[in-house]
Design a protein around this ligand. Sequence first.
Ligand SMILES: NC(=O)c1ccc[n+]([C@@H]2O[C@H](COP(=O)([O-])OP(=O)(O)OC[C@H]3O[C@@H](n4cnc5c(N)ncnc54)[C@H](O)[C@@H]3O)[C@@H](O)[C@H]2O)c1
Length: 457
Amino acid sequence: MSQTQQTSDNSRRSFMKVAGAAALVGSTTPAVYAGENNTIQLALVGAGGRGTGAAANALASKVGPTRLVAMADVFEDRLANSHKALTARFRGAVDVPEDRQFIGFEAYREAMDVLSPGDVVILTTPAAFRWVQFKYAIEKGLNVFMEKPISVDGPSSRRMLALGAESVKKNLKVGVGLMCRHCKARQELFRRIQDGQIGDIVELRAYRMAGPTGSAATGKAPKDSSDLLYQIRRFHAFLWLSGGAVSDFLIHNIDECSWMKNAFPVQAEASGGRHYRGDDVDQNFDTYSIEYTYADGTKLLVNGRTIPGCNQRFASFAHGSKGSAVISSRGHAPSRARIYKGWNMSKENITWSFPGREPNPYQVEWDDLLTAIRQDQPYNEVQRGAEASLVTAMGRMAAHTGQIITRDQMLNCKHEFAPNVDRLTLDGPSPLKANPDGTYQVPMPGLIKDREYGSLS
Ligand SMILES: NC(=O)c1ccc[n+]([C@@H]2O[C@H](COP(=O)([O-])OP(=O)(O)OC[C@H]3O[C@@H](n4cnc5c(N)ncnc54)[C@H](O)[C@@H]3O)[C@@H](O)[C@H]2O)c1
């Protein structure tokens, strides 16, 4: 057993002892955790932009000491950059020597093997790998922070729902990176909407109308590069990896609207298209327009666009029988959540807005997770995250096939984008083959109706 494992076992044992004692005497006073013995150890799997950010949030949390002890990625350069940035900012709390830096498709196992039950693994690869890595985290008894989306298609959604239930049974604490749910302003807005301050919700609207975003627009793989590794670097371009622009970009707005409605939609009808493609060969449409329907008939209208030169808007709104609300007004944070009397959203009609500065929800979601771990409170966001991922995919499939898609059709859809995602190798083929000319299969609404891409025959 490595020294890190030994330390981690000891920390966890003494931590569990304190937590157990507090529970036994029914104490409502949070136990005080401080010092070396109570350090929660972290492993980072997927050391890219968000992974580095999530690890920084974990290390910056004031809830109690944390230490990063292992890192995993498929690319050495990504891991090295992340390691450098985190070490520069959190020198004393980053303890990841070369022998705990792991590269490749099995690296996630090696990084988690460094941890002990009760520690936290951060899963921030593209969504395709989520169920594979979450399954191993459950086997190891680890608490988890995982980024959204957590599934990309029917089969991976079914798997995540089942794994989520298993993780609840094992009392694992699992955070899902829909951080807007932890936003203090939106939480207050939710309470006020449930309280009837805008009356009954009659319609919701959401927009993420931007220019080119992430790697959604992507050209052909360079001739000498591996198709698989190229696709992973440009993961927003490919449905098997990320669920594409809809799943990766629109999920937050769909989720925050559904939160205010206190339900997830049951059906979607949608359209979209590819406009100025140039040399791009990714599988995304440039525009998506989705009409979601909730069980009571209420609609959520969602618009996504990644075309430069057009009006830009990144916001969500709720309309009620008595008034209306801004759920978010320009990106994720600050939300600038507010309530208006009537539907005319003018300054003089504002009846409530969040006072003061909104705390950073990316930090709050970590403080909440770590508090739950330290105080052994029930805390598991997987079912909610899986529902959000599923209904987002439902809207995407409706646009890509040109059909009305229900939640149950999406959940039971047999098309698994990457059935072998748990068996990939660095020099092996990708689940998505390029055509001989370097292009890829793309959605063909009205022509291919039971799956989002494939051959026409
Ligand atoms: N909540 C948010 O606001 C937010 C913001 C950004 C990204 N995200 C999510 O975070 C995830 C990562 O996005 P990103 O922008 O950081 O992408 P990124 O490309 O910067 O990082 C992903 C990292 O994972 C690595 N990776 C890929 N496959 C791997 C595997 N099988 N094993 C180990 N490492 C692997 C990549 O090499 C890369 O370093 C996505 O799911 C994205 O939707 C969420």
